[in-house]
Design a binder for this molecule. Structure first.
Ligand code: AHR
Length: 500
């Protein structure tokens, strides 16, 4: 009999809420249409932000939002996006779809959105094509509480009080779209630029994010860390709070990544196997970081992750609009369980992207909105935010899959908060339900507080604007408490059980 063994006496760390973060770029219909429609829109909004979307996002407790990119960040000049909207510069978003960017969503609008969501702010600066002065002035504009040219400009633009910048990214993907730099060159640039990302408010210090590797590029991690730590006295080690990791699950080659909704069994397992690689990436990059930071003061920020498929047929290839099925739910569940289990090092993560781009939690069409299967996984997993990770493992199970694409049958993570244990399980098999005996070290009596499941008759099922609730979270009753807790996790499902 397979077992889920939980040693509740062994607490492994706190799961940072920011692991459940999101990413919003000036790309396709993520910001414009998806989140922001402007004050004059017929779509109900508060200060330009869609009411329906903000309401839905509040239900999943978005902890942090990253903006304005992505590749867009290293082409973004923040001064174009402040002041009178009618006078803001228009430009072509050359990176994404060649469409007009009117800069009507800028710094103040981003801060307003985060205020409405009640989340932390993660602003990504421009190192690739911007100057040290430009980056330094943006930080001064947003956070300086006193008399200074930039603080005065912010006040003239209607915001007397400084904004809070919780995280600041010093460039994005500088190994690629952010300047095609070598790790040594970027490491030196990071040292220089971050010097001028000043902490004007010692009570709310900005956490600085260094640009880390692309998936399995271990050389980048090693060389950036080496360069950054060369000749840096101990007391200055706070110059890097986090280092990023970007990893997308792409089933096929870039030229044909695969369809989001039409896939066979082999592609199911191939996708899940590629998603599961996240575990190895975190482990191996962490081992390199450990050499420079054995006390784990530097967090790993997996600030771009998720499935990347071919765009929906007939849509702008530069908009990266894709549908979302039960397969996406499994990738989200697998990845979030991995992040939970690595909460000693992973301190922040952002799924790409929040609305209408890549593995979104929400899709919109005009005034319509739908929640994707991925949304429901974030909703089920929200109880892990800020909870204590407890030791757990699954015994008596093996692997499932086809040919070279073998994956664990079931993955899990378990956390505790205020006496309630949240168990999240993914059954990766397309065909076999899995029965698990749940065994705690000391706890012998259980009461199920709530249990939910995400699954569907066909793993290719997805929500459409005609049928927006085909795949949703449902109440789960596949457990029994007679003679201990037993859970039967259906094939291809994500399950959450909360116990006390
Ligand atoms: O999320 C889409 C793009 O993927 C981002 O702009 C970039 O950082 C990454 O390559």
């Amino acid at each position: 009999m397979a077992k889920l063994v939980i040693n509740e006496t062994k607490v492994l760390g706190e799961i940072a809420p920011e692991i459940y973060g999101h990413f919003s770029e000036h790309l396709g219909r993520c910001i414009y249409e998806g989140l922001y429609v402007g004050e004059d829109s017929d779509i109900p909004n508060v200060n330009g932000m869609r009411k329906d979307v903000v309401e839905a996002l509040k239900e999943i407790k978005v902890p942090v939002l990253r903006w304005p990119g992505g590749c867009f960040a290293d082409e973004y000049h923040w001064m174009d996006g402040i002041g009178d909207k009618k006078k803001r510069k228009k430009m072509i978003n050359t990176h994404w779809g060649g469409v007009m960017e009117d800069n009507s969503f800028g710094t103040h609008e981003f801060m307003e959105l985060c205020k409405q969501l009640g989340c932390k702010t993660y602003v990504n600066g421009n190192l690739g094509s911007g100057t040290v002065q430009e980056m330094s002035q943006w930080v001064e504009y947003m956070t300086f509480d006193g008399v200074s040219p930039m603080a005065d400009l912010r006040k003239e633009n209607g915001h007397e009080e400084p904004f809070t910048v919780d995280y600041f990214g010093v460039g994005n993907e500088n190994w690629g779209c952010g300047g095609n730099m070598t790790p040594e060159y970027y490491g030196n640039e990071y040292r220089r630029y971050q010097t001028y990302v000043r902490n004007y408010n010692s009570k709310k210090p900005i956490k600085k994010v260094c640009c880390g590797p692309n998936s399995g590029d271990y050389h980048w991690t090693e060389a950036v860390m080496k360069t950054c730590f060369d000749h840096v006295p101990e007391e200055q080690h706070g110059f890097m709070d986090l280092i990023s990791l970007h990893y997308y699950t792409v089933p096929g080659p870039w030229s044909d990544k695969g369809s989001a909704t039409a896939f066979d069994d082999e592609e199911w397992y191939k996708t899940l196997k590629k998603a599961y690689l996240m575990e190895e990436l975190i482990r191996k990059h962490s081992a390199i970081i450990d050499q420079y930071d054995p006390d784990k003061k530097i967090g790993l920020s997996v600030d771009e992750w998720g499935n990347w498929f071919n765009v929906e047929p007939g849509t702008n290839p530069g908009f990266l609009y894709q549908q979302n099925t039960v397969r996406d739910a499994l990738v989200a569940g697998i990845t979030l369980n991995i992040f939970n289990k690595h909460c000693d090092r992973v301190k922040l993560a952002c799924i790409a992207q929040m609305v209408n781009v890549l593995q979104s939690v929400i899709l919109t069409e005009g005034e319509k909105m739908l929640k994707t299967p991925t949304y429901h996984v974030f909703h089920m997993f929200r109880h892990h935010q800020g909870a204590n990770l407890v030791d757990s493992n699954i015994t008596g199970t093996g692997e499932t899959g086809t040919g070279e694409f073998m994956v664990p049958e079931v993955t899990e993570s378990v956390s505790e908060k205020e006496g309630i244990y949240t168990i999240t399980l993914n059954n990766l098999s397309l065909t076999e339900a899995k029965e698990l005996d749940v065994v705690f070290t000391e706890k012998k009596s259980f009461e199920v507080v709530e249990a939910n499941i995400l699954s569907s008759a066909d793993v290719k099922d997805h929500n459409t604007f005609d049928e927006p609730s085909k795949v949703t979270e449902k109440s789960f009753d596949g457990y029994s408490l007679d003679g201990g807790l037993k859970v039967t996790v259906p094939a291809a499902s994500v399950v959450e059980i909360r116990l006390k």
